[in-house]
Ligand binder design. Structure first.
Ligand code: GLN
Length: 392
């Protein structure tokens, strides 16, 4: 960009780049590579959900919904939290429907965090949280999750909290590591939030994609932090509709009022007909959610085996649909260089680990593959990697 253009730019945009995850999708398209970078399915969304969207458009639900969400969807969200977690959420005062959890997270931060306040993030962290914090003028305080099991050190976490801490962001299940926070860990985190008067903002978009009998505990289900828990979620991953951009935020009434204001002026509202269809999706029978888990367990097995065979090291994730693989056994340099060569020369796109760390060198040993793909896509990626990595 020329110097002349630079002088027109706001300094709040200077500290971050465009998303590398989404750049890798563009590179995959350019090189005709199998895209295991950006996490979106290549298989169809559930038939009933698509049908509900088509019916909503045909029924002319095509104008703005109530800015904070159509009542049928907010009621479906409240019923869903009662059904899965036994939680009572007030659809009139505690739910904001937003354009995907991406908007949910930034609207929540803009509604609560003042410039100069600190936001704690577990590192590695999902790419968006860095720019989200910067756009609020917040100071990021990363706390490491350490391999192999991605645990944190309680003393290190405690040391990150201070009177300046406004919030901690957790992502549970966690992208990119696949960690599912244990109840003990949630107790520790919530205890610190109480002690330091901080919010707990929890991105729970992978809540149903968990393995080996793991259970999900929403942050807002911990009664002692209900007054400071913000849960961000969406239909994107659970119903394989990442392009719909329908999500929601659950927060106590006073915080919800502020999030609704921000949301109103950012986007007015999420797509009205898709809100109707999202309500139908949330009411799908239990078999749908069981089927989702077992299909993802199979995809996890296919990709894990393929990556191990191609010479990478990994620990199967406990949740979400990513494998953060250790590339050191390959001896092919750092993750950035490897991802760029892999997409061109091996025909498989992944995301460099550096995208999930503040200091990019900290992520050099890792690359992230997603497995939200048809079994045959994953098998094809496995073949390409096995041959391609040998040639690199
Ligand atoms: N969450 C997905 C990922 O990590 C993609 C999100 C997005 O691009 N909006 O790949």
């Amino acid at each position: 960009m020329s110097r002349n253009a630079d002088r027109f730019l706001a300094s709040r945009t200077a500290g971050f780049t465009e998303s590398v995850i989404r750049e890798m999708t563009r590179l995959a398209l350019r090189h005709g590579a199998v895209n295991l970078a950006q996490g979106f399915p290549d298989f169809p969304a559930p038939e009933e959900v698509k049908q509900a969207a088509m019916e909503a458009i045909a029924a002319d639900i095509n104008q703005y919904a109530v800015t904070w969400g159509a009542a049928p969807l907010r009621n479906a969200i409240a019923d869903y939290y009662r059904r899965f977690y036994g939680m009572e959420v007030d659809p009139d005062a505690e739910i904001t429907v937003v354009c995907g959890s991406t908007e949910g997270m930034i609207a929540s931060l803009l509604a609560t965090v003042n410039p100069g306040e600190e936001v704690i993030l577990f590192e590695p962290f999902y790419e968006n949280y860095g720019p989200d914090a910067e756009l609020c003028g917040a100071v990021r305080r990363p706390v490491p999750l350490r391999p192999p099991d991605w645990t944190f050190d309680l003393e290190e976490l405690r040391a990150a909290f201070s009177p300046k801490t406004k919030a901690i962001i957790i992502n549970n299940p966690h992208n990119p590591t696949g960690k599912v926070f244990t109840v003990d860990e949630l107790m520790q985190i919530s205890g610190l939030c109480l002690e330091f008067g901080a919010l707990c903002i929890s991105d729970e978009i992978y809540e149903h994609i968990i393995y080996d009998g793991a259970t999900h505990v929403p942050a807002a289900a911990l009664p002692w932090i209900r007054d400071r828990a913000i849960v961000v979620n969406s239909v994107s991953k659970t119903f394989s509709v990442t392009g719909w951009r329908v999500g929601w935020v659950i927060a106590p009434p006073g915080i919800t009022a502020s999030i609704r204001k921000v949301h109103d002026f950012l986007t007015v509202g999420a797509p009205a007909p898709l809100q109707q269809a999202a309500a139908a999706a949330l009411r799908l029978p239990d078999e749908y959610f069981h089927g989702l888990k077992s299909a993802y367990a199979k995809r996890r097995a296919i990709l894990s085996a393929a990556l191990l065979e191609a010479g990478l090291a990994l620990r199967p994730p406990e949740g979400a649909y990513y494998i953060l693989a250790d590339i050191r056994p390959l001896g092919l340099g750092d993750g950035d260089a490897l991802c760029r060569r892999m997409v061109e020369e091996a025909g498989v796109a992944a995301v460099p680990g550096s995208s999930f760390f503040r200091e990019s060198s900290a992520g050099a040993a890792w690359i992230r593959f997603c497995f939200c793909k048809k079994y045959e896509t994953l098998e094809e990626a496995g073949r390409l990697l096995k041959e391609g990595l040998r040639r690199l």
